[in-house]
Design a protein around this ligand. Structure first.
Ligand code: ZN
Length: 383
């Protein structure tokens, strides 16, 4: 970080975004994952210093959501939700935790996904403390990049809100629909033998090769059905492992599957449908196939284009002279869990998803400023 006299010249939302990026919070599912603890403490302290009501919501050992309240008129509650974790910083071509500001770009791991948006939300709530408007609950949550345990804990706590805005890089478009996902593994089995006498064994990799063609057909069929905003469901073979050595007939082969679901689909039912389909296929049965229980599930979501969060957010955007149309996106977010928990939600934020998870991740500073202005307008209420 440059010296304080330089950063002091930056406007607060840009300065805060830099501070959030500089605190490493890689999801523990990655080899360099340190978790969200340090960042949660910083956000907690930031809110305390601003005189906001703040508490920690434990999710798992060392990992807590941070909940910040801005009391308003008591008639309506807006939930602003953003995640604190990032993907790995390994392999980045820029310094991931020493955020560089270059013209309109602010670089660093998490700049775009999603610390820029979190900074805009935080700065807005801090600036609007004590002012008129709806009650605001800002939830900075853990674990969006892996298991969604942060938002699940938030929903399980019985949180109430009239609507929610989930902060992800949408280039300030209002996302009203996204896909869900279910991931897991399928196995074929065989019998190990010395490769000098392969006929003594059964080759699990060759069995899997036949099954892969079946899975490919399944994917093609899924793609026939399309949703107007998010596109089609898909099944991607995303991982393969098999064999114990070059001179052994492999007795097991494992493939990882990533099934993207339409907003209306229950991912668990989609997985069971896949299981039923596989059981009806000779390649699966003869390969002694096994479809394991999913390792990750996240629901898609869709809300009406004229529902409350869309109306409010669009009004805030338009009142500042910006244009925006409701869109759908193919990736999943915490909004799936919130909608399932009964809270109408949209996804919205500065930055382009194209820059998320990238080796030179950055966010447009102009969009960061615009997002802050839009949040200011949204939580001022009475549009
Ligand atoms: Zn994200």
């Amino acid at each position: 970080m440059p010296p304080a006299e330089v950063t002091d010249l930056l406007e607060p939302v840009v300065r805060l975004a830099r501070e959030l990026i500089a605190i490493k919070s890689v999801n523990p599912c990655f080899p360099d994952g340190n978790g969200e603890g340090d960042l949660a403490q910083f956000i907690y302290d930031f809110a305390r210093k601003k005189g906001l009501d703040v508490s920690l919501q434990p999710v798992s050992p060392g990992r807590s959501n941070v909940l910040i309240r801005r009391d308003g008129n008591g008639k309506e509650t807006i939930l602003l939700e953003g995640h604190m974790d990032t993907v790995t910083a390994e392999g980045m071509t820029i310094d991931p935790f020493d955020p560089l500001l270059d013209d309109d770009r602010l670089y660093g791991r998490g700049a775009c996904d999603a610390k820029g948006c979190l900074a805009a939300m935080l700065q807005s709530v801090a600036d609007k403390k004590g002012q008129q408007g709806p009650d605001v609950l800002l939830a900075a949550v853990v674990d969006e990049e892996n298991g969604f345990s942060g938002v699940q804990a938030l929903v399980a706590s019985g949180i109430k809100a009239d609507f929610a805005v989930v902060g992800e890089p949408t280039q300030l478009a209002v996302v009203i629909a996204h896909k869900g996902v279910v991931r897991g593994f399928v196995k074929t089995r065989g019998i190990s033998a010395h490769t000098s006498q392969p006929e003594e064994g059964i080759n699990a990799i060759q069995r899997m090769a036949r099954l892969l063609l079946v899975l490919d057909r399944y994917d093609k069929e899924l793609r026939m059905k399309s949703h107007s905003l998010v596109g089609s469901a898909t099944l991607t073979v995303s991982f393969i492992q098999g064999g114990r050595g070059l001179n052994l007939v492999p007795d097991e082969c494992t493939v990882g599957l990533d099934r993207r679901t339409l907003p209306s689909e229950d991912p668990m039912l989609a997985w069971e449908e896949l299981r039923r389909f596989l059981k009806s296929q000779p390649e699966f049965v003869e390969g002694e196939g096994l479809l394991e229980e999913p390792v990750l599930v996240n629901r898609g979501m869709e809300i009406a284009a004229d529902s409350l969060p869309v109306q409010r957010l669009m009004a805030a955007i338009r009142s500042l002279g910006f244009s925006s149309e409701p869109i759908g996106v193919p990736y999943t977010t915490d909004a799936g869990e919130l909608v399932r928990g009964g809270i109408a939600s949209v996804v919205f934020g500065p930055g382009n998803i194209q820059q998320a998870h990238k080796a030179d991740e950055w966010i447009s500073v102009q969009q960061l400023r615009q997002a802050k202005a839009i949040f200011d307008r949204l939580i001022a209420g009475g549009e």
